[in-house]
Design a protein around this ligand. Structure first.
Ligand code: SF4
Length: 393
């Protein structure tokens, strides 16, 4: 899942309630483990390029237990099981039970297939799973089923969601935004409410795996979606979080600052369009620090490769040879990614780069260089502006 399909509930609170003091150079906020790559669906944007049967090299049960121990030792970050379809892993229940009994917060996002029965859902609820994520990529069967490559997937997902509601299990809906559903987001947002989700998790398509470049929305459309989401977040009965959309944080900060100033009467709406908000966030012109690929975030593949994200396939090491903590703290790709001031182009000089930094995964997918600038952001950093001629965002 981080991944994609592949939920990243960054937003669930830290188990120790210490989110703000985690040192991302030492420990991640969240670890996504791709427990298997097996999956019965054939989603057109699939990061994992999932297969019907499990890879024989997949981590064994004992290796999985050992991995959970290692993750726990890193200040007990959030743990997410992803796939493929994590329900295709036969010891999934035992793994969840083991981690939850240790005191970890575990969530997962299985594929909605006949494999997911109400009985299995109840087992996971009873063991203490924090949240269940399902993917819905459109408000109608036509849109969703096309995306998932499987006729009937929409109806099956809605049916499974009803079970979750009956069991009172908190539901997260994951949606990949692309050219295919861009025009139906309003309708989609209503469906998320009707289905009783506590969280709508938005992924902005990264053109990797089966996700293709021409299915991505444009940079300007990204900005439009972010502003729309910010307005929606004020009234929606669910939380909204994003992934591969770090610049949504920049938009939220800009819009919130604008709203506050208008409310206090310090600025009129018309003037707010051309006001520069970037310097107003704290006295040091710094924005808060945010999780990004390899920076508060780690992904462990089905065969134990450790990567900054499931969408940034550069391997820092393998847990069969090297402890997870050593890879996360010492591998070059992880250390590079935790230095936003070293990013190239506008992200390197942007005043928002500690809280945003752009999607490193998308940057890599589009340019082949994970240190390059986010290609789908319209913002022009202060340091690059000619104030005489360039309007502020
Ligand atoms: S320029 Fe880069 S760091 Fe700045 S807001 Fe855009 S994506 Fe984020």
């Amino acid at each position: 899942m981080q991944g994609i399909g592949k939920g990243h509930p960054h937003a669930m609170g830290h188990p120790h309630g210490m989110r703000n003091v985690i040192d991302y150079d030492k420990n991640p906020f969240i670890v996504i483990w791709e427990v298997t790559r097996a999956c019965q669906l054939k989603c057109i944007h699939c990061r994992a390029d999932a297969q019907l049967t499990p890879d024989p090299r997949e981590l064994s049960h004992q290796e999985g237990i050992n991995l959970i121990d290692q993750i726990y030792e890193m200040d007990n970050p959030m743990l997410v099981f992803t796939g493929g379809d994590c329900m295709m892993r036969e010891d999934l229940y035992e793994l969840a039970d083991y981690a939850i009994k240790k005191g970890m917060r575990v969530s997962m996002t299985p594929s909605a297939t006949d494999n997911v029965t109400k009985e299995k859902m109840k087992l996971f609820k009873d063991v203490g799973l924090s949240r269940w994520g399902f993917s819905l990529d459109g408000p109608t069967p036509e849109i969703h089923d096309h995306f998932r490559g499987t006729p009937g997937s929409f109806d099956l997902t809605v049916e499974k969601i009803k079970y979750l509601n009956e069991l009172d299990m908190p539901l997260q809906i994951n949606t990949v935004i692309s050219r295919w559903n861009y025009d139906s987001l309003e309708q989609m947002s209503k469906l998320v409410a009707e289905l009783g989700a506590v969280m709508w998790y938005i992924f902005l398509l990264v053109p990797t795996g089966r996700g293709q470049m021409d299915a991505c929305i444009s940079p300007a459309e990204h900005e439009k979606v972010f502003r729309w989401l910010y307005e929606l977040s004020k009234t929606a009965p669910y939380d909204i979080k994003t992934t591969a959309a770090q610049h949504y944080r920049r938009v939220v900060l800009q819009q919130k600052t604008r709203d506050q100033l208008i409310e206090k009467g310090e600025i009129h709406y018309e003037d707010s369009i051309t006001t520069d908000f970037a310097s107003m966030h704290d006295g040091l012109k710094r924005a808060p620090k945010g999780v990004n690929d390899g920076n508060g975030f780690a992904f462990v593949s089905h065969i134990g490769d450790v990567m900054p994200s499931g969408l940034l396939p550069i391997v820092g090491g393998n847990i069969r040879d090297t402890p997870l903590a050593e890879i996360y703290r010492e591998a070059k790709v992880f250390k590079d990614l935790r230095q936003p001031d070293n990013y190239k182009g506008k992200c390197g000089v942007c005043e928002y780069n500690k809280m945003c930094g752009g999607s490193r995964s998308r940057t890599y997918a589009v340019t082949g260089d994970y240190m390059e600038s986010e290609p789908f952001c319209v913002y022009i950093p202060q340091a690059m502006r000619n104030k005489e001629t360039t309007p502020t965002v």
